[in-house]
Design a protein around this ligand. Structure first.
Ligand code: AGP
Length: 609
């Protein structure tokens, strides 16, 4: 997610803007910029790279003026570059905007504007907003903003400047955060509280659809129809560090709670609003191309590898293509059977994992067509692959990957539906049914997150166990792999995931009295078999926590505790089932006093072999 700041008052705006952007650096970004009204026009200064480079660029010629906006960009549309950096202006320079989120219909709007003679300087979705302001400006800044908001769709926090009316900033939000800092004779805007708490602790937290007219001595909040809204002042009592985590104790729990937005953003523009199917504008594959593919390799490391294991089930069962999933460090040295009819999909949150990058290069050398699924625009893996599908999880700070994993699963499911339809392997009504299920995910995750006290209780009760086992069959086994990694990497408990049907071939010897076993039982087609495996471990006096679909009235008879997730399609269940497992790991780690965000021996991105 990008960082946004705005200032209007009597002080020099540039100072606040740069200081505010510095406070937002922890969010991760690839470029930065500011725009300041200097009394006659709006001066924009921006560049790719760190904030320090922007500061050096303007050090000897700081933009003067008492009203301005600033931005740190986490690229989504258009790779990191000077011209793709924010703020963005129309050709006259009279309309300038900064934006966080995704303008879903920007391509069509951009084409229409180009047909009307507009010339664009960047590849971004954001620049379209500035040109729309110029196109529709009728002498009234506020009315023009409302007109533009009625045209665009998607998720956004937006702050607008207009050289014709330099006594105000206008801002609004939809599915992305935006706060207004209330000062004395000055007011502030920010995407995140850390940017303003050194100046004021009195804030308005904007809600979706609200629009604020921010002057130096007044803030007027209204809805899109102009109906005034009286906002309660929210006093911020966090210190700077707590503010970076949005009030959460750790980045990991903050990112677990960001999953509804991350999943929603990753689906934006891809799951058709009318739920007729999946669109990947960045792929534009044809039926012939897909029919020519006779094998898929999915290659990754760690959590991304676990997303690939789920992806195998999706692609084989929905698109009917043979799929091999490989750990990247194994793939690159085992002379895999790859040729021009192979599609190699590499998954990587950071896009910089050395083993995955090397595996990608090996697949290309062997003649495969390559696709990257990554969270970082312009990353090494994104640049190396023939094609890229981005997840829009936003920066993931905690070493333990959470929101990246759920967005990878969503992406793999969308890909499987997309390829399945192209190959004629997936009936339209089944595709529509899955798309309806995808649309429900953000709300279902929200609901789960609001009711997870039982998970915290289990984690506190069993958090001092030395060994924990995760078992499941089919897609439940695939999710068990991720649950096990989450627990071991942040709580340091020895955890193992096992295919439930495999227990009797050895691991059952380790199941003794009191050993906690997390049994995933969401897959109805193997449910009875899973119950048998639960009975196996219960017969050895294990403590079993079942994870099942709401409405399952059997499982409670066979386990010690049950965690329910919303009833859903078998293919969507993994995306929901992992959330309580992430929280189980988190609370076990906090119970044990572990360093949740920076676990021992681990790095966020493993850029060495
Ligand atoms: C996941 O919680 C771990 N931090 C680690 O396994 C990670 O998933 C792995 O290193 C792959 O990273 P990537 O997705 O950035 O390639």
């Amino acid at each position: 997610m990008c960082g946004i700041v705005g200032y209007i008052g009597d002080q020099e705006a540039a100072g606040f803007l740069l200081d505010g952007l510095e406070k937002l650096e922890y969010r991760g970004y690839d470029s930065a910029g500011i725009a300041v009204f200097n009394g006659t026009n709006i001066r924009v200064e921006k560049c790719v790279g760190r904030l320090e480079e922007l500061k050096q660029k303007i050090a000897h010629d700081m933009p003067g003026g008492a009203m301005g906006i600033g931005h740190t960009r986490w690229a989504t549309h258009g790779r990191p570059s000077d011209r793709n950096s924010h703020p963005h202006a129309d050709e006259s320079g009279n309309f300038v905007v900064v934006h966080n989120g995704i303008i879903e219909n920007y391509l069509r709007l951009k084409e229409e504007l180009i047909d009307k003679g507009h010339h664009f300087a960047s590849e971004t979705d954001t620049e379209v907003v500035a040109h729309l302001m110029a196109e529709h400006y009728n002498g009234d800044f506020e009315a023009t903003v409302k007109k533009v908001l009625s045209i665009i769709s998607g998720s956004y926090s937006l702050v607008f400047m207009c050289a014709h009316e330099p006594d105000k900033l206008i801002c609004t939000k939809q599915d992305n955060p935006l706060v207004i800092g209330l000062g004395e004779g000055e007011n502030f805007i920010a995407s995140d509280i850390p940017a303003i708490i050194n100046h004021t602790r009195k804030t308005y937290i904007l809600s979706d659809g609200e629009l604020a007219i921010v002057k130096k001595d007044s803030v007027w909040v209204q809805n899109r129809d102009g109906v005034p809204i009286s906002k309660k002042v929210f006093e911020v009592h966090w210190d700077a560090e707590a503010a970076e985590k949005g009030g959460f104790d750790h980045f990991m729990i903050k990112e677990i709670n960001e999953q509804p937005r991350a999943v929603r953003d990753t689906m934006t523009g891809r799951v058709a609003k009318d739920e007729t199917g999946i669109v990947f504008e960045e792929l534009n594959w044809t039926a012939d191309e897909m029919s020519a593919i006779n094998k898929i390799f999915i290659v990754a490391c760690g959590t991304a590898y676990h997303a690939g294991v789920v992806g195998k089930y999706y692609l084989e069962q929905l698109a009917r293509i043979p799929v091999e999933v490989d750990i990247a460090s194994e793939f690159r040295y085992r002379s895999p059977l790859v040729d021009e009819n192979t599609l190699a999909i590499v998954i990587s949150q950071s896009g910089e994992t050395s083993d995955t990058l090397a595996a990608l290069k090996e697949a290309k050398r062997l003649g495969a067509r390559t696709l990257a699924v990554t969270n970082v625009v312009g990353s090494s893996i994104a640049r190396e692959a023939d094609q890229v599908v981005y997840t829009y999880a936003g920066p993931e700070i905690a070493v333990a990957s959470t929101k990246a994993y759920t967005t990878q699963l969503v992406t793999m499911l969308m890909l499987a539906i997309y390829v399945g339809e192209l190959r004629g392997a997936l009936p339209a009504e089944r595709a529509q049914e899955l798309c309806r299920g995808l649309h429900r995910l953000p709300e279902q995750i929200e609901d789960m997150l609001s009711d997870m006290d039982s998970v915290k209780t289990f984690a506190q009760k069993y958090g001092y166990s030395e060994d924990v086992f995760f078992i499941g069959r089919s897609l439940d086994y695939a999710v068990a792999l991720e649950g096990s990694l989450k627990l071991k990497e942040i709580s340091y408990i020895h955890a193992e995931a096992y295919a439930a049907g495999e227990l009797k071939h050895g691991t059952l010897a380790l199941i003794t009295e009191g050993v906690p076993v997390i049994a995933l039982a969401t897959q109805y087609d193997v449910y009875e078999k899973t119950l048998s495996n639960i009975k196996e471990v219960k017969a050895r006096d294990a403590v079993v926590i079942g994870l099942a679909l709401t409405g399952d009235e059997s499982i409670a008879k066979y386990v010690d505790h049950v965690i329910f997730i919303p009833a859903t399609d078998k293919y969507l269940a993994p995306i929901l089932a992992v959330v309580p497992l992430q929280l189980l790991a988190y609370y076990a780690a906090t119970t044990r006093g572990c360093d949740v965000d920076k676990p021992r021996n681990l790095a966020k991105s493993v850029t060495v072999e």
